[in-house]
Write a protein that binds this ligand. Structure first.
Ligand code: FAD
Length: 233
């Protein structure tokens, strides 16, 4: 396993609670859309065993053509020790990235893709939208639906509908509207549905989609293969 130590280049305050940490890209480090990495804070591997309290899975919210590795996360007042340390870091602080892998690259199967996310889950989909905009080959249309009760919607520059490019983006702030919209999207019985959010969010979305005759193989989760099977039954 290769551990890449790098530095924070910039911290962007996206909304009152959400920040993006732009990391310098180490030589030879690359990734595809939908990737997550392990973000390690200084000292995580100082002992005999790695200190898991200093490591979190994080999606990469950028594409390599943006030069930086973007890590977008919510930092609340009540937060873990990990987020507490992260909040104190600034440009120049060292962090590590390792074990990077995408469970949710764009499927180029000439089908419409529906990106369903809750809150900061949108970060996982940001590079998918950029990748689609760069190269829409062998794809149908792309649709994003994000629910965020804070109403501080993320990445509104990227998640802006572009009808001429077949991209539609919608933000909602309540569950009734969210699930009404999902029901409408699921009228497309051939569509591919990508879902990112808490486990409870995944379970609710899967139950709804399956109840609307969307097959398990049409639902994509940001989980390892064996966990996907557990969720999709
Ligand atoms: C494949 C994958 C990709 C992921 N991508 C991302 C990503 O891009 N961005 C991201 O942010 N996360 C991502 N996650 C989740 C991430 O790994 C963390 O689990 C998540 O951010 C929570 O972080 P935390 O445990 O540090 O807790 P926190 O975010 O600090 O807290 C979690 C919750 O517990 C509450 N809480 C925490 N401490 C206390 C306390 N002392 N007292 C009371 N309440 C408290 C908080 O208010 C919050 O509601 C991903 C996970 C996976 C598996």
């Amino acid at each position: 396993m290769q551990i890449h130590w790098t530095k924070i280049n910039e911290v962007i305050q996206e909304t009152p609670e959400v920040r993006t940490y732009m990391l310098d890209c180490p030589d030879g480090f690359t990734w595809e859309e939908g990737s997550h990495t392990h973000l390690g804070l200084e000292g995580f591997n100082a002992g005999e065993k790695p200190n898991k309290g200093l490591v979190r899975h994080m999606s990469i919210s950028t594409l390599p053509d943006e030069t930086f590795i973007g890590i977008t996360t919510r930092i609340r007042k009540q937060r873990s020790g990990f987020k507490d340390i992260l909040e104190g870091l600034d440009a120049g602080s060292p962090v590590a990235v390792f074990k990077t892998h995408s469970n949710v690259p764009l499927k180029r199967e000439d089908k419409n893709i529906y990106l369903l996310s809750a809150g900061v889950g949108l970060a996982t989909f940001r590079p998918l939208v950029r990748e689609y905009m760069n190269r829409p080959d062998e794809m149908g249309n792309l649709y994003s639906l994000n629910i965020d009760s804070s109403k501080d919607y993320l990445f509104t520059d990227i998640f802006e509908s572009a009808p001429e490019k077949g991209f539609t983006s919608k933000f909602v702030d309540n569950r009734d509207e969210y699930y009404d919209q999902v029901r409408k999207l699921a009228e497309d019985k051939e569509g591919l549905f990508y879902v990112v959010g808490s486990d409870a969010f995944l379970t609710e979305n899967i139950a709804l989609l399956r109840g609307l005759d969307i097959k398990a193989e049409q639902i994509m989760l940001d989980k390892r293969e064996h966990t996907v099977q557990e969720f999709l039954g």
